[in-house]
Design a binder for this molecule. Structure first.
Ligand code: ACO
Length: 426
């Protein structure tokens, strides 16, 4: 494979280096193209464009491989814990026992929110969507933690990273409690990350939450599966927001806003709604025909990068069976619909030709519902887990010597220059 690529246009020839990562396709470095040939490239949706160099996550979409800092997601989901994966994403290596103890302590002791912060929630309508609360509340963190908003100070960057990982479960649980009309439950330092979150969501004054190791483990694994996914839409949003020097709390709020959309993190909520709408195995052929007629999309199916089975979907499917068995919902009719729908789609030429496979969201909705969460909370849980990925990517960007403000160009297709016309003569 050549080490350079050449573009010839209007009598000018530009030779550009071809860069190679540890894995993945070669990348043409077009940085000098505009300066030397006076042309831009056009790539809506960034299907052929790398926006940065990164050492955090690698995806091979054709093979269905996902690695965090080199470790396969299947091994992390099976053998690690969410907090250990957080350390790995943030620092680049798995922690030794002492490093993990310190990290665990740091996260645990940052879970509380400023007392005034709780009053902030009262400004929302009583039935506000929990994602609407998340966008506002996480952005508001920058109004409470001024002492860690200087992005040029490495120590402040680390403190804000810890604060975000630690406080996100507390904020997410409050968004849920507010939506439910129940009193807030404060974090407890003697519980694990996932246990603490489940207790803050499901404990009520009349009845404390009883830990269930199978469900706690499942929650922790679901967090691991969503922890990072390289330069997806919300992560790119966080990087772009952060490229101007904005503080990390504001950048993560921008990421949450992007995640909310049904083509991204909102798909888990939509996937469950879709399964409920189909309702029974008998209705699947009719529904699949509607997809092929392009009346709607199969939610939880397809991915920009995976043209094979999403490795997270396999782990999620297994977790789904474990959770449903634990709560006695093995016969959940929606699980039957999901499994049959997957079978039908994977053997239908429409999906096979387009390489459409289940993504992580296909089974996550049924699993989260069995854990006790309403559909409105699904994307919130995704945001909670993805916070570590966002903040690790943000930190990597700030520390990258090549970092510049992100500023794409455009092809202008609007009106040509023209003179202003007074209103009476228009
Ligand atoms: N159902 C039916 N057809 C689909 C689907 C789907 N879920 N996804 C893609 N297609 C079809 C498109 O119609 C298109 O067909 P065509 O070439 O005949 O026009 C082809 O597959 C390619 O689709 P694009 O939209 O170009 O693919 P893109 O990479 O832009 O989209 C996306 C990726 C947004 C994830 C898409 O597959 C989708 O909308 N899926 C459903 C929503 C979803 O599950 N999102 C979660 C993504 S994973 C995550 O965020 C955790």
């Amino acid at each position: 494979m050549s080490n350079t690529a050449t573009v010839s246009i209007d009598g000018k020839t530009v030779e550009m280096p071809v860069l190679r990562g540890v894995d993945g396709p070669p990348v043409i470095d077009i940085r000098k193209l505009y300066a030397e040939a006076d042309v831009f490239t056009y790539d809506p949706g960034f299907t052929s464009t790398a926006s940065c160099e990164s050492k955090i996550t690698f995806i091979d979409g054709d093979k269905g491989v996902l690695l965090h800092r080199g470790y396969p997601i299947e091994q992390l989901a099976e053998q690690s814990s969410f907090l250990e994966v957080c350390y790995l994403l943030l620092h680049g290596e798995l922690p030794n026992a002492a490093e993990f103890e310190e990290f665990d302590h740091n996260i645990t002791y940052h879970t509380m929110l400023h007392e005034q912060f709780d009053r902030f929630f009262n400004g929302f309508r009583r039935d506000a969507h929990p994602m609407a609360i998340m966008v506002g509340a996480v952005g508001a963190l920058s109004a409470f933690y001024h002492d860690s908003t200087n992005v040029d100070d490495p120590a402040q960057r680390m403190i804000s990273s810890h604060r975000l990982i630690a406080k996100m479960p507390t904020i997410a649980a409050r968004a849920f409690k507010y939506f439910r009309g129940q009193p807030f439950v404060h974090p407890r330092n003697d519980l694990s990350y996932a246990e603490n979150f489940l207790r803050m969501c499901f404990s009520v004054p009349a009845e404390d939450w009883k830990p269930n190791p199978v469900l706690t483990k499942a929650m922790d694994r679901i967090f691991i599966l969503h922890a990072d996914h390289e330069q997806n839409a919300s992560t790119s949003t966080v990087r772009l927001a952060g490229s101007s020097g904005a503080n990390p709390f504001a950048c993560i709020a921008a990421g949450i806003a992007c995640l909310w959309g049904p083509s991204h993190g909102g798909a888990n909520e939509e996937a469950l709604n879709m399964l409920a709408e189909i309702g029974s195995v008998e209705r699947i052929p009719e529904y699949v025909q509607g997809v092929k007629d392009r009346r709607y999309r199969l939610m939880g199916f397809g991915h920009r990068v995976y043209k094979n089975y999403d490795p997270r979907a396999k782990v999620m499917q297994q977790t789904c069976h474990e959770v449903l068995a634990e709560v006695g919902h093995q016969d959940d009719p929606l699980l039957k619909v999901a499994m049959e729908l997957e079978k039908v789609a994977l053997s239908d030429p429409y999906f096979v030709e387009r390489k459409l496979y289940p993504n992580v969201d296909f089974y996550s909705g049924i699993t989260l519902r069995a854990l006790g969460f309403p559909a409105e909370m699904f994307t919130v849980l995704f945001a909670l887990a993805r916070t570590v990925g966002w903040i690790s990517q943000w930190k990597e960007m700030i520390e990258d010597p090549l970092q510049k403000i992100g500023r794409p160009r455009q092809i202008y297709t609007g009106a040509p220059p023209r003179d202003y016309v007074p209103v009476e003569t228009r």
